[in-house]
Design a binder for this molecule. Sequence first.
Ligand code: AKG
Length: 328
Amino acid sequence: MFKKILSTVKKEKTQSSATESLEQRLNEIPDVLGKQEIQINNNKLLTDENSLKGREFKLENNQYCSQAVNLEVYKVEGINTVYYLKDFITQRDEQSINDEIYDLPTKTWVDLTYSNRRLQKWGGDVTQKGLENQKSLPSFLEALSAKLYDSKISPKKSNHVLLNEYQKGVGIMPHTDGPLYFPWVNSISLGSDCIFKFYKDMQSYRDGIEQARVLLEKRSLIIFTDEVYKEYLHTIDDLTSDIVLLFINEDEGSNKLIKVVKSNVLNFSQTNLKKQIESLTLDQALTEDILFKVKDNPDFNYCIEIKRDKRISLTIRYVPECQMVSQN
Ligand SMILES: O=C(O)CCC(=O)C(=O)O
């Protein structure tokens, strides 16, 4: 088990399979977002509007509903304009949203030919001219868009959602979301945790110099905006598990509750994982194979392996509507 983790760590250092196939993927897709949109349009995404009518969807109330949310509280330390909100939706909501997604007519899924990932696009077509063929969102997505706007988390009422379904082991290549969206992404994770990485540019990605690593737990919301939206690339590696590295103060003793001093994921202190780990003693965590020793690393002495599962992300954004061109 330990050997396996070490080899995963090594694999991560060499940037894994995402890098191996990157050149090939980039040659295939000069403009990632553009290609994605073309792919969708070519598939003539036909939504059975009638099947969506009359469905009412209500989210459960939680801490993000009662009053205006002060986003600064959720800022990820160490990178500007990235915010992490754990448990943005409840477990029951996660299940109901999942049910809604798989109740949708199957023709709403678009298989991406260049990736083992499929997606649904809701709200209309994102074009150079803005949002065309605008359609209202299905009730469950409208409820999420409203929750983000009503809680003052999102400055715009989102009108567009990309729903990505990742099988275990599948990620997304490094990309920016491009200039067609308002530069503010709300992304909700369902079904699985994963590590989300930011790179300053493609050269940094090629050189393996990452800017930030953020753990996205299921039911969480990540927001990125401004410079990080416009300039940085974001990506999820094609891995079946993610490794979170930790530095734990061993002087505390092995039968005292764990205290994590630092981690390689910037938002560690904001996660449920921190709570879970720090409710255990070092002895417990080691004997239960929750924590593993890391050798020969001056910065981190333990790690956790988080197995991936099938994951769905909801990328909820605002696209400015088409400008009306005067006929005169
Ligand atoms: O799965 C995610 O969280 C990210 C999705 C994404 O990057 C995108 O839709 O552009």
